[in-house]
Design a protein around this ligand. Structure first.
Ligand SMILES: [Zn+2]
Length: 162
């Protein structure tokens, strides 16, 4: 099963349109034909996406995420690896390792694009508008979308950029 970038983005957008916060990223990966596993790594590794005929889903890919990281961090990592599959499948080769700062050897703008799509997945603008209310603070929104306060602050344009 091979999808074009626009077909993959449509799967992602359709999934988000059916969702309420928090967005569940493992079922989204599964819809794209990707299986997700936890891995025992040093904390300096965030995640990996690799071609994996045995453990991969129907797309042939599997995502691995650092078991020792927080749930919010793991959710961001999975969304980031999904973004690499959507945007950069032709660049994955036999596998991409993302370090603690989400650097995998791809170009900086590719990592920025993956972080941006990850934010779009975890904190979709439509749901942000629908489910956030005047007076909601970063802590409340971060809890609602099950992301880190740092990620939410960046999304709201009030945090440091990566
Ligand atoms: Zn990356």
């Amino acid at each position: 099963m091979t999808f074009s970038i626009s077909e993959k983005l449509k799967i992602v957008n359709d999934y988000i349109d059916r969702s309420e916060p928090p967005i569940h990223v493992i079922p989204l990966a599964n819809e794209l034909g990707i299986e997700v596993y936890k891995a025992d790594w040093p904390s300096t590794v965030s995640g990996k996406i690799q071609r994996d005929p045995e453990r991969g889903g129907s797309s042939g890919y599997a995502i691995f995420v650092n078991r020792s990281h927080s749930e919010q961090r793991r959710r961001f990592t999975i969304a980031h690896e999904i973004a690499h599959f959507v945007l950069h499948e032709d660049r994955i080769g036999e596998g991409l390792y993302d370090d603690g700062l989400y650097r995998s050897g791809l170009r900086t703008h590719e990592e920025t694009d993956a972080n941006q799509l990850a934010a779009d997945i975890l904190m979709p603008r439509r749901l942000m508008e629908e489910f956030s209310f005047v007076g909601d603070d970063i802590e409340t929104l971060a809890h609602q979308f099950n992301v880190s306060e740092q990620a939410m602050a960046i999304r709201l344009g009030v945090g440091a950029v990566w």
